[in-house]
Design a protein around this ligand. Sequence first.
Ligand SMILES: Cc1cc2nc3c(=O)[nH]c(=O)nc-3n(C[C@H](O)[C@H](O)[C@H](O)COP(=O)(O)OP(=O)(O)OC[C@H]3O[C@@H](n4cnc5c(N)ncnc54)[C@H](O)[C@@H]3O)c2cc1C
Length: 403
Amino acid sequence: MAHAVIVGAGPAGASLAYLLARRGVGVTLLERQTDFAREFRGEGLMPSGVEALRAMGLGAALDALPQTHIQAVEIFRGSRRLVRIEPRDLGAPGPRIVSQPALLEMLVAEAARFPSFRLERGVTVRDLVREAERVAGVRADTPAGSREVRGDLVIGTDGRASVLRARAGLRARHAEQAFDVVWCKVPQPAFLDRGTARAYLGHRHFALLFPSYDGRLQIGWIIDKGSFGDLRRRGIEGWIAEMARHVSPDLAAHLRAVGGAITHPFLLDVVCDRLERWWLPGLLLLGDAAHPMSPVGAQGINIALRDALVAANHLGPALAGGAAPAALDAAAGRVAAEREPEVAEIQRLQQGPPRLLFGPAWRSDLLLGALLPLLARLGIVTRVAGSVFRRFANGVTTVRLAA
Ligand SMILES: Cc1cc2nc3c(=O)[nH]c(=O)nc-3n(C[C@H](O)[C@H](O)[C@H](O)COP(=O)(O)OP(=O)(O)OC[C@H]3O[C@@H](n4cnc5c(N)ncnc54)[C@H](O)[C@@H]3O)c2cc1C
């Protein structure tokens, strides 16, 4: 039986570790944090992510985690509500907003039921160990000092700033992004029910609000790329005043009233790229380490979980069958070949909405001011949004866990 070293216990690494350990494969999962709450992640789980966890046999465990379910989205332009859309009408259930620390603790607890699994927290990987033209392990800083952790296959799931990607020298194709996202939470306003999200659209700005699992309201505010420094200099009051200019009066009043109670502020420097090659002999990269996603359509966690399912299908038998390097590398190549088309197509779809908002002012003004209300009345918004939403909700390729 071969041994896998997985670097990074985010959704990709933790779920793959669980799936491999369940097959009896030896897995060492290395995570730099000692507490999952210290790493900021998204909370939106699409139906495809829910389905992936169900396929892993973890549906009931997921249902037991702190979460909310989005049943409707109201789309505004300034103070005017243009349309209310229920995801059900678009042909797929709405997203769930799930506590990520709780999800990851659940995944590693499930993995820990198998004796071949070992989680080491507080271990930061710094470099790859190479031997005879092959990755043979990693060098890591641990609380007890620097040490090598060796394995037959190293799997890099260390996220969007992947050290393994950098050390492997792998090249990526980038899709330029015009925006960053400021995330924060405020107390949930009484005028919004816990199943309803709101989106505020305008030229060069967009705000998305949804009820979080912890009883607060999550706000994602899209700003011009690189403009956060300017916003920060204006302080929290300037920040609220700027957001309030673009939203409906009820929300603007709420933001002003709760200004001091803003928590979890976080700037997401939006990056969207994809490795040209996801693997080298002895090494495979998955999740954000291979393909950081744009935040459009809340795709990152779902794609990471689907990567893990496909990786388990190909790597599980190869690792269980022994450590033949050629077989492991061939399996890694098959994982990349199967996952690349979906990631490429989803990343292509993610570029559409920002192009509308960040294109010429006349185009977004015409679309949002005149066409959108008309198209909404004719039912065309629901039809077009439905076709995009279903792909974000369900994925664009068939992903199943082999028995
Ligand atoms: C603010 C924000 C909002 C988002 N919103 C959503 C959303 O609503 N829906 C959605 O689907 N996606 C969302 N995303 C994206 C989503 O969080 C990621 O795509 C997803 O977490 C990727 O999973 P992953 O397992 O590949 O990597 P990650 O979740 O990034 O996990 C990587 C892990 O590796 C560890 N690590 C990193 N470097 C090292 C190292 N050198 N040694 C050891 N460990 C290391 C990290 O601590 C981390 O635990 C959001 C992301 C952010 C930042």
